[in-house]
Design a protein around this ligand. Structure first.
Ligand code: FES
Length: 158
């Protein structure tokens, strides 16, 4: 969701579920990210106002935790496992192949909003290494050719 589409009423509704005190900050940030997919600037401002704390505090706390994001998330989230088993079986090559196929680096989202690429630690299917997870579905035993096909299948699903 773009900043300009963010709906103040729906955010106020969310905020009303929490007492307006500083200890509500993390739960509110989590709920806001669940709702918007990331933390748009105007959302952080409204949260600061609600909790009567400076926006810089909201920003400082949210950047401290890796779970929060500040850019819109892509429609498909591609997580490349860089755990030990996947690393040994060529996770770097898989990562490079995806980066060149979709044109963004890890941590970024494609301009068309279709893919967000992320690096993750072991996702628990080491026997399928190297593995990627797309929108919660694991794809394993990958090589460069197979991973290109997987990404293509999500493109074609549009
Ligand atoms: S190391 Fe990749 S799934 Fe475990």
């Amino acid at each position: 969701m773009e900043d300009e589409n963010f709906n103040e009423d729906s955010l106020n509704e969310l905020l009303n579920d929490y007492p307006p005190e500083k200890s509500s900050l993390i739960p509110i940030l989590q709920a806001s990210q669940d709702k918007y997919g990331y933390l748009p600037r105007p959302v952080m401002k409204t949260i600061a106002k609600y909790l009567s704390i400076p926006v810089s505090t909201v920003h400082g706390v949210s950047t401290f935790y890796a779970q929060f994001r500040f850019e819109p998330i892509g429609k498909h989230v591609v997580k490349v496992c860089h755990g030990t088993a996947c690393h040994v079986k060529g996770a770097d090559k898989i990562n490079e192949t995806i980066e060149s196929k979709i044109g963004v680096k890890s941590g970024e989202t494609t301009e068309d909003g279709l893919f967000t690429l992320e690096r993750v630690a072991c996702i628990g299917c080491c026997s399928l290494a190297p593995v990627i997870m797309v929108d919660g579905t694991a794809h394993g035993n990958l090589d460069r050719k197979k991973v290109k096909k997987v990404i293509q299948s999500y493109r074609e699903g549009e």
